[in-house]
Write a protein that binds this ligand. Structure first.
Ligand code: HEC
Ligand code: HEC
Length: 281
């Protein structure tokens, strides 16, 4: 081999090596090709996958023409479930009694249970029960428990409207984003709930709107009894009820301290309400 040939060969190898590493760098850095490379272990485990998000739901009337009717019906069902999903409701509640303003609120303090962004959070992976919960089954869970009623058929106009509504009010929020205003929230306290004190809190802070017997008035819906949510509902769990009351009640001005919220929740959860009998599928 001549010297010049060897030199040419070396240059060729080096050139390919440079091009090769540039190409692989490009793919690794800029295109996620799902390689099995180890993920940065220094990142905190709770790091939100979708980054930080801001609350900015679109207006209902801005929904595109092809979904607008469904979005409007979805809103009507949320606001007046008694009328727009009459055949499926078994108590005196409306979705908006817990999902304030039809779920279009920033949640957390005094927004009730927001639904803005739910479409980015479902279908939800469930570890234990090996499966997923989608927005249809999650909606029916509230129909069967919170509303003590019947599930909507998945092809009913009501279900189609609700799912379209969630999708529209979630516009712009990235899938898997960490959405801080969703959920009922938590109370951090070591207090052990005292239902007897909870009764006093109820009599002093709740009856003016929810009635002396908790059966509701024109100002607020029932908290227990035959026309309230059943014992399978999320709101029946004392920790949820306590957090909901702590962040949202009294509705005009939530001022309960953690101990009062925990106590009043223990009292309300112990009152009679319909029993949820899970049906065999
Ligand atoms: C100023 C009136 C007012 C007071 C006082 C009040 N609430 Fe409410 N509450 C409401 C209204 C109104 C709603 C329904 C919200 C809606 O539809 O936008 C509601 C909804 C609720 C709900 C969910 C729906 C249901 O009926 O189950 C719970 C639980 C609740 N309140 C608990 C309490 C507790 C506990 C207290 C006392 C610490 C309390 N509220 C005090 C007005 C009030
Ligand atoms: C008595 C209160 C109550 C009523 C009434 C109610 N819900 Fe709910 N809903 C809840 C609670 C509690 C949760 C669970 C919130 C959480 O995961 O922290 C929930 C969760 C949901 C979710 C999932 C939200 C999420 O962040 O994962 C959807 C969707 C939903 N409800 C739809 C409805 C619809 C539609 C209606 C009316 C047909 C309704 N709900 C009526 C209490 C209620």
């Amino acid at each position: 081999m001549k010297k010049s040939e060897i030199r040419f060969g070396v240059i060729l190898v080096i050139t390919f090596a440079i091009i090769g590493s540039a190409v692989s760098l490009f793919f690794n850095r800029f295109i996620d090709i799902g390689s099995s490379k180890t993920i940065e272990t220094s990142a905190p485990k709770t790091k939100p996958i979708g980054g930080t998000v801001s609350y900015n739901p679109p207006l209902l009337q801005d929904a595109p023409a092809d979904i607008k009717d469904a979005v409007m019906l979805g809103s009507n069902i949320m606001m007046n479930t008694q009328k727009y999903a009459a055949g499926y409701v078994g108590n005196k509640l409306n979705c908006t009694n817990c999902h304030f303003n039809g779920g279009i609120t920033e949640g957390s303090r005094n927004g009730g249970l927001s639904l803005v962004g739910v479409a980015a959070k479902y279908p939800k992976y469930r570890k234990q029960s090996k499966g997923i919960t989608d927005l249809l089954s999650r909606t029916n869970s509230c129909f069967e428990k919170s509303m003590n009623g019947k599930p909507l058929p998945s092809d009913s106009k009501e279900m189609i409207a609700l799912v379209t509504y969630y999708q529209w009010i979630s516009k712009g929020l990235p899938i898997y984003a960490d959405i801080p205003w969703l959920g009922v929230g938590k109370i951090i306290s070591t207090h052990i709930a005292d239902p007897a004190n909870g009764k006093q809190v109820f009599l002093q802070q709740c009856t003016v709107c929810h009635g002396n017997d908790g059966q509701g008035t024109l100002r607020a819906p029932p908290l227990w009894g035959s026309v309230s949510f059943n014992d399978g509902a999320g709101m029946h769990k004392p920790e949820n009820l306590a957090a909901f009351a702590y962040y949202n009640m009294p509705k005009t001005n939530p001022y309960l301290i953690a101990e009062q919220a925990l106590d009043v929740a223990a009292f309300i959860s112990a009152q009679p309400r319909p029993h949820f009998a899970a049906k065999k599928k």
